[in-house]
Write a protein that binds this ligand. Structure first.
Ligand code: NAP
Length: 522
């Protein structure tokens, strides 16, 4: 099978042998993909000239309805997507659900919050501003949808959610989408797009997908287009410094890698409810999607007096994690996406070992249940301990994209906050404590260096949404190392797909503009 692209309003098969997609539990080829020969310029022109005008002729409410219909189409094919996630990503159903059901949930959420925007075609920004001596001449800022194409380049770990979490606010804004999923797992994204195209939900040109190498895609971008990227900091640097991106001052959003931390409060001792919640969450974050989550906990910050107890509790839970081929009964954690990612993770562990000691890695007898132990991309959950994290460098800098985290003891709580900030800007930090003053102080202290801060006390032990879960109503992104981007956050996400302009003129004209604007001030 060769995974096709949908560009210029037609299905296209890339030329040549292309790249192999594999079943990561066995390392065997399941499909091939190539983008060679696809005319990126023509694909973008078609989206700009057909997709954009058709979408922008609609109102926000019309487009919100389309998102709801996309969610229905995807829900109808959910079982097929789980099968692809199993085969191409090695995902147990819990992991596949985070990606696939997460995508459907996000689309439904945007359909819901988009509907009340009603029959308007633009949004207001603040109120009227008096400019002259009297009130006759004033200014009003407004947000107008961009006319270009949103080019969405995504990472391999969320082929479904990664696509729709970006596409939902773009389409709601009236901006056509050209998706470029990561090659390794593009099959799922491609299949979802295929189902939506077949269902004839969207106008021609509103949704395209290019599977395989990005090739000269960036060269074809024009000044009205938008680039939203998720992936490694290394690729982000390449994209940001691309000559065409610089020449056109393209708007770029980057979600990159992140050394997220979880902090256990100084008041939390072994046996307390928050201690148990903390341990449970760390193990969940290390093992869900085999740690291939940009938001996963990489650094575990605990009071030095509790470090041994936390290490013991984590080790005991990790020892119960069954790793293997998700088709086998009882397997909790699957493989990484392919052998290259496995080797990358193992090398990363070696780098961390220069500053930290391994305290759990499944031992010398570690063996996956089922799958191919040699060609399969299995990595045992690995817990390290760094005794002097303030003096260390790598543990705050090397993102091992797998089931790997490092335990770090701290002295005073301010030291823990300083260690969290050593991640150089992260997507998320979580703080577990029964002390509400401490939780509130930590949230404010961490808010400038983190896109999201989760604070947990025992009252929300059974209701919080988790350290790693990205909720569509909350901001996703982080400063510095995490890419400096902002995604989601409900209707806040529309700002990226709109342009703001100041309109200066007679009050009567501005009044009329305001009356026809959507009932929302971004
Ligand atoms: P990656 O290697 O940086 O690739 C990301 C995307 O960029 C892929 O679609 C890739 O295409 C494409 N790409 C690579 N080189 C390109 C170029 N020169 N021009 C245009 N596109 C190019 O990242 P990954 O290995 O897929 O994902 C893992 C990383 O993503 C981790 O570091 C993780 O932390 C990060 N991540 C961040 C978030 C977040 O929201 N902050 C979410 C998930 C993952 P090909 O696949 O064809 O090379």
């Amino acid at each position: 099978m060769k995974v096709q692209s949908y560009a210029g309003g037609a299905w296209q098969v890339g030329e040549g042998g292309g790249t192999a997609l594999v079943d990561p539990a066995f390392g065997r080829e399941i499909a091939r993909v190539s983008s060679a020969g696809i005319d990126f310029g023509a694909a973008l022109t078609f989206a700009r000239t057909s997709g954009s005008p058709a979408l922008q002729a609609m109102t926000y409410a019309d487009r919100a309805l389309l998102l709801g219909r996309i969610a229905e189409v995807l829900a109808a094919h959910r079982d097929d997507y789980f099968a692809i996630a199993l085969e191409n990503s090695g995902s147990p159903s819990v992991d596949a659900s985070i990606d696939i059901d997460g995508a459907i949930f996000t689309l439904k959420h945007f359909a819901k919050i988009g509907a009340p925007l009603g029959a308007s075609r633009y949004l207001l920004d603040g109120g009227m501003l008096r400019l002259g001596k009297d009130e006759s001449f004033q200014a009003q800022h407004l947000w107008r949808p961009c006319r270009g194409v949103a080019v969405l380049i995504n990472a391999y770990n969320f082929p479904a959610w990664g696509l729709w979490a970006k596409a939902a606010p773009a389409l709601l804004s009236g901006v056509p989408v050209l998706a470029k999923p990561a090659t390794a797992t593009c099959w799922l994204a491609q299949r979802m797009v295929e189902d939506v195209i077949k269902a004839d939900v969207l106008p021609p040109g509103a949704l395209s997908i290019v599977c395989g190498d990005a090739g000269a895609l960036l060269d074809a971008l024009g000044p009205e287009d938008l680039l939203s990227f998720t992936g490694s900091a290394k690729t982000a640097r390449l994209l940001r410094s691309h000559v065409n991106v610089l020449r056109n001052s393209l708007r770029v959003n980057v979600e990159a890698d992140s050394l997220n931390s979880a902090l256990l409060g100084p008041d939390s001792v072994v046996g307390s409810a928050e201690f148990d919640l903390f341990v449970k969450e760390v193990v969940r974050e290390m093992t869900v999607k085999a740690g291939q989550k940009c938001t996963a906990i990489r650094r575990i910050l605990v009071p030095s007096g509790q470090a041994d107890a936390v290490a013991e509790a984590l080790t005991a839970r990790l020892a119960r994690v069954v790793v293997g081929d998700p088709r086998e009964t009882g397997v909790w954690m699957g493989p990484l996406v392919n052998a290259a990612q496995r080797d990358d993770a193992l090398q990363g562990i070696e780098r961390l070992k220069r500053e930290a000691e391994v305290i759990y890695d499944g031992g010398p007898d570690f063996a996956p249940l089922g799958g191919d132990p040699n060609r399969g991309a299995f990595v045992a959950p690995t817990l390290l301990r760094c005794e002097r994290p303030l003096q260390a460098q790598r543990v705050h800098d090397v993102e091992v994209f797998g089931p790997v985290a490092t335990l770090m003891p701290y002295g005073a709580f301010d030291e823990a906050l300083a260690l969290a900030r050593r991640g150089q800007g992260s997507l998320v930090a979580s703080v577990f404590s029964a002390d509400e003053n401490l939780l509130a102080r930590a949230a404010v202290e961490l808010a400038d260096s983190h896109g999201r801060v989760l604070v947990v006390n025992p009252t929300v032990g059974g209701t919080h949404t988790g350290h790693g879960n990205v909720m569509p109503m909350c901001l996703h992104g982080g400063p510095g190392r995490a890419g400096g981007g902002e995604e989601l956050g409900g209707l806040r996400s529309l700002a990226f797909y709109h342009r703001r302009a100041a309109i200066q003129g007679p009050v009567s004209v501005l009044d009329a503009l305001a009356r026809h604007a959507a009932p929302l001030t971004l």
